[in-house]
Design a protein around this ligand. Structure first.
Ligand SMILES: Nc1ncnc2c1ncn2[C@@H]1O[C@H](COP(=O)(O)OP(=O)(O)O)[C@@H](O)[C@H]1O
Ligand SMILES: [Mg+2]
Length: 226
């Protein structure tokens, strides 16, 4: 069972079985930086930190706005209810996907900080040990026909479970040592009722792949299947 901490304008939910000595300070970048807990950082839209807690690795993501809204506010979202916040939705969605046995990171903790009409949000997930993203594999010419078909099988699993990924791209797909594929970054994603939505995520993936130099159209065959 998850634990919940409510303190004035802060809402935290975490899994005590995953994070044994949980501290809300884990969401504080100054603190984790001073304590030497940051092991690496990935710069995408915002910054995602790989952190070490009691010898285990996690990823800490601060939700950043994209598109037009980003010009007005960097990380603040309009607050409606705790249940409707980005971190709560992604945390719950990842939990359902993980319980279905889909290859996704296990969620460990989330935070929502409200301020009048707005909030900021953070999420901590368990690290998926990996050898790189699909993007890295294509750039380094490490993709072969087995890997492409393994990616196809993985996508099919998500399609069968009616998972719509709102930002399927080559950097949100990870590959491990045993050539297993994982999907990450389920912000704004949900279970679809129309299969057409899955095609939409595949088209998004194809668009991201077409921008990579070494990409040789292998994905076309996979796409035909959806
Ligand atoms: N649980 C995880 N395990 C391993 N790598 C992760 C994990 N979560 C995020 N990452 C890495 O960090 C990157 C950025 O995280 P992501 O959730 O995609 O945030 P953003 O919204 O910035 O794209 C991912 O593309 C992936 O390389
Ligand atoms: Mg991402």
């Amino acid at each position: 069972m998850d634990e919940i901490i409510k303190n004035k304008n802060i809402f935290i939910q975490y899994s005590p079985s995953i994070l044994k000595n949980f501290s809300s300070k884990l969401f504080n970048i100054d603190y984790i930086s001073k304590e030497g807990l940051i092991k690496s950082e990935v710069t995408g839209r915002g910054k995602t930190f790989e952190i070490e807690i009691n010898g285990e690795r996690f990823f800490l993501k601060h939700y950043i706005r994209g598109g037009f809204a980003a010009k007005i506010t960097y990380d603040k979202y309009y607050f409606d209810s705790i249940a409707a916040t980005r971190s709560v939705k992604e945390y719950n969605f990842l939990n359902s996907l993980f319980k279905k046995g889909l290859p996704v990171p296990r969620p460990a903790a989330l935070q929502v900080v409200t301020n009048k009409f707005t909030y900021t949000a953070d999420l901590i997930t368990c690290k998926i040990s990996n050898e790189g993203t699909l993007y890295d594999f294509i750039v380094n010419e490490k993709m072969d026909s087995n890997l492409w078909s393994s990616l196809g099988d993985t996508l099919e699993k998500f399609c069968n479970e009616k998972v719509y990924h709102s930002d399927l791209n080559a950097k949100n797909i990870l590959i491990d040592r045993e050539n297993n594929f994982y999907l990450v970054d389920f912000d704004n994603s949900y279970f679809f009722y129309k299969r057409e939505l899955f095609k939409k995520s595949i088209r998004r993936l194809e668009k991201s792949l077409s921008k990579i130099d070494n990409y040789k159209k292998e994905i076309k065959d996979i796409i035909k299947e959806f």
